[in-house]
Ligand binder design. Structure first.
Ligand SMILES: Cc1cc2nc3c(=O)[nH]c(=O)nc-3n(C[C@H](O)[C@H](O)[C@H](O)COP(=O)(O)OP(=O)(O)OC[C@H]3O[C@@H](n4cnc5c(N)ncnc54)[C@H](O)[C@@H]3O)c2cc1C
Length: 431
């Protein structure tokens, strides 16, 4: 490697590779340092990419992106011990380009993005772990593999994910707190394509994204997910670290509970485990954002905490791509003006908003009050199922008005004060 680079990007995930493609497309060839043996080798996620942002850097991305299935059905299910209640949405237009969302496997997706970055002119070094950063006389000094080597750079993009070494050692933030981080545990289960189609009523390359609230989490803040791939299913749980500790339960146990629920069991019956993986997610949202720029350095993707979790949407890859592009634009602009001051780098916020990163996070900054409300995980799914069971019950001779059912099941058990508080938080968080 040479003595000093114009732009070094740490991390070849969606954020780092998107920054690399933007810069290389605009005449600045960056280097990307990736600790994995190849981009994507260490990466996992639930499975759905809301990928339209990709057309800003790869206009014909739909011709080559390795899609497993298109997401044409979305379902949210509330689980109690032995029942479930779901909302399902199908939209025919989601079968058509540019598609609302699609499932991918991260090793294939990240590898594809890396090939695009190399085609554009970026150089990727795999198997290189950045262990520290220092700033000396306007030069960024990166420590590699615990000091066995050093690299110097004029500018730096930290795209090294939720545990970002650059963010922590560069003084941008300390580690996220246990309330701001969740652990995702996922199993990939092989099942023949025709069996998946039959079980989920899908055709061709259609797929479903199903999220779950309630029973299986044993009260822990978080939820379950199930996404269909071409001939496999991604199934997992996401649990807040602070809440896991409080309830002293392991994520593996929660995943087993979830898979064993009577509503889930038949969906995955006979499927063979292909892979088991775990990863952290920064879920603090807008309120937990760190300092985003300074000292010729920009934080992008999970390193900056750009994940939107509203309880209805869990989106990180699209924000990683968008922030990678915005970081690339900021550095491109700095080179055009030959201005590498913090003032020049502060344009990053403006570029982030061109892709609705900061303003979306800001809009849903209070969603944490909903997703971390213990009643959402311990009480509401049970009550919802009780009420719906009552409504669908054909054996009652004497019917009761629904308002009395709601009063009996909801208001009495939750209490007026809590109910009003929860309704207020939902309105404030989402509407
Ligand atoms: C269980 C789970 C489910 C999720 N589901 C979804 C979903 O369905 N849809 C969605 O949009 N988002 C989802 N997300 C969030 C999404 O995965 C992330 O927001 C996204 O991957 C962030 O991209 P990134 O490039 O910032 O970071 P990452 O994807 O984490 O990439 C960081 C890269 O940096 C490398 N790296 C890290 N440290 C170093 C170092 N010191 N030196 C060199 N290289 C380093 C890593 O190997 C990695 O390649 C999910 C996350 C999890 C954990």
């Amino acid at each position: 490697m040479k003595a000093q680079y114009d732009v070094v990007i740490v991390g070849a995930g969606p954020a780092g590779l998107s920054a690399a493609i933007f810069l290389a497309n605009n005449g600045i060839n960056p280097i990307v340092l990736e600790r994995g043996v190849y981009p994507g080798s260490k990466n996992m996620f639930g499975g759905v990419v809301y990928g339209q942002i990709l057309n800003k850097i790869i206009p014909n991305y739909l011709d080559t992106v390795p899609i497993e299935r298109l997401i044409t059905k979305r379902r949210i299910s509330f689980l109690s011990t032995d029942s479930s209640f779901s909302f399902e949405h199908f939209d025919d237009s989601h079968r058509l380009p540019p598609y609302n969302g699609f499932t991918v496997m991260r090793p294939a997706f990240d590898k594809w993005l890396a090939t695009e970055a190399e085609k554009a002119g970026a150089k990727i070094y795999n198997g290189v772990t950045v262990s520290g950063v220092k700033y000396v006389n306007n030069i960024v000094l990166l420590e590699i593999d615990n000091g066995s080597e050093h690299i110097s750079a004029n500018t730096l993009i930290a795209a090294d994910g939720v545990n970002s070494v650059i963010a922590r050692k560069g003084g941008f933030r300390s580690s996220f707190s246990e309330k701001e981080v969740s652990l995702g545990v996922k199993e990939t289960l092989y099942l023949p394509k025709n069996e998946i189609d039959k079980r989920f009523k899908l055709e061709g390359n259609e797929g479903i994204a199903n999220e779950f609230v309630g029973f299986s989490m044993n009260g822990v803040n978080g939820g379950g997910f199930l996404y269909t791939n071409y001939d496999s299913i991604s199934i997992g749980i996401i649990a807040q670290i602070a809440s896991l500790k409080k309830y002293a339960i392991s994520p593996a146990e929660l995943l087993e509970n979830f898979k064993g629920h009577k509503f889930i069991g038949p969906m995955i019956k006979g499927a063979r485990t292909a892979e088991y993986s775990a990863h952290l997610i920064p879920e603090g949202g807008y309120k937990a954002l760190p300092k985003l720029v300074g000292k010729r350095t920009i934080l992008a993707g999970d390193a900056a905490g750009f994940v939107l979790n509203t309880g209805i949407n869990l989106e990180g890859v699209n924000y990683a791509i968008a922030s990678g592009i915005a970081a690339g634009k900021t550095i491109h602009n700095a080179y055009l003006k030959n201005d590498f001051t913090d003032a020049s780098f502060s344009y990053y916020s403006k570029y982030l908003d061109e892709y609705n990163v900061l303003n979306n996070l800001k809009m849903f900054k209070n969603a944490g009050n909903i997703i971390n409300n213990p009643r959402l995980h311990r009480l509401y799914p049970d009550l919802l199922n009780s009420v719906v069971k009552f409504m669908f019950n054909g054996n009652e001779n004497k019917k009761i008005r629904y308002r009395h059912v709601l009063h009996k099941y909801y208001v009495k058990r939750i209490g007026y004060k809590n109910l009003l508080k929860d309704v207020y938080n939902v309105i404030k968080g989402l509407f």
